[in-house]
Design a protein around this ligand. Sequence first.
Ligand SMILES: *Cc1c(COP(=O)(O)O)cnc(C)c1O
Length: 392
Amino acid sequence: MNSHPDNLGYYGTFGGAYIPELLYDNVEELRNAYLKIMGTDSYRSELASLLKDYVGRPTPLFYAANLSEKYGTKIYLKREDLCHTGAHKLNNVVGQALLAKRMGKKHIIAETGAGQHGVATATVCALLKLPCTVFMGKKDTQRQELNVLRMNMLGAEVIPVTSGSQTLKDATNDAIRYWINHPDNTYYLIGSTIGPHPYPDLVARLQAVISQEMMSQLLEKEGRKDPDYVIACVGGGSNAAGAFFHFIGNGTTKLIGAEASGEGIHSGKTAATISIGSEGILHGTRTILMQTSDGQVEEAHSISAGLDYPGIGPLHAWLHKSKQALYLPVTDDEAMQAALSLTRMEGIIPALESAHALAILDKQTFKPSDVVVISLSGRGDKDMVSFQHYFA
Ligand SMILES: *Cc1c(COP(=O)(O)O)cnc(C)c1O
């Protein structure tokens, strides 16, 4: 297969748009617009210019010599941690905000859990002079106060959501409700390869710049554009989708996703969707999710806020089911150790999410000639308190 869904947004049996009647027109408007607008010269050149001079692309592909020596193979790190705001998230947000402008939308809304997607959205909205409203569970606003302060300073309005468990899923409900009630001028900016079609495809296309750059960087450094392995962590799956994108179905590259198993797959405190989940509908898409036998969505747990999600994007559900990619669980402890190990060996403090991908190095065996690329999705500054508690 290639990396795109069919016309209705299906990757094999996963994807589609399972939405209430009231959302139909909004989603249909986006579906009709996105490929047309993204194909225009004006969109492409404005996006390329912002990715280069604002986000800081291309990000380096760094040969990690010390890590390579330890594991007896050739390990490269794709440095998404060096993007503006500290992770890959801006690749997507810049692209969608430019799309929203061209669709004539005057107001951006987003939901956020830990606040990283909210900060990325507020950042680009400041740049493009777009008013921005971020829905965030009240509990999350208290746990992630620094990100709330950032969003406020950037000029975004943060709405603390007090319904339900006061976390991400309640924030999502309120954002959708707002969108239904203000369809004409509002653009709903989703932060990962999740949600109803066309969002998973739209976000994957915008993150595909990651594997696009890898190809030319590997050609220059290794004389071939296809690596033997690409490894990335999977929350909703956007950095992994971007890192896998151009290698899917090439017959040579093994794709490995690291999902957060928290305190263990069967501990009840896990976010290992592929390991213990089953097929169903989550946030408008048919995918794999963690649910009880009667279909209630289970609460996820991971030490890293960005992987704390009870589902996975439909592209990954399909890559798993069709055995085109391998998904392995990584515990909180394994991720912590991998983060410390990278820090001491290469002088790079990774985000806790990215540390899950690094932990895969201990779970696979590689040949000396293998070229292994790891998506270093973000930097660890935001996780310093977690590191300090854990290693104290
Ligand atoms: C948000 C985030 C993730 C998880 O999101 P994906 O859509 O799965 O990529 C991973 N790493 C970092 C650093 C993040 O900020």
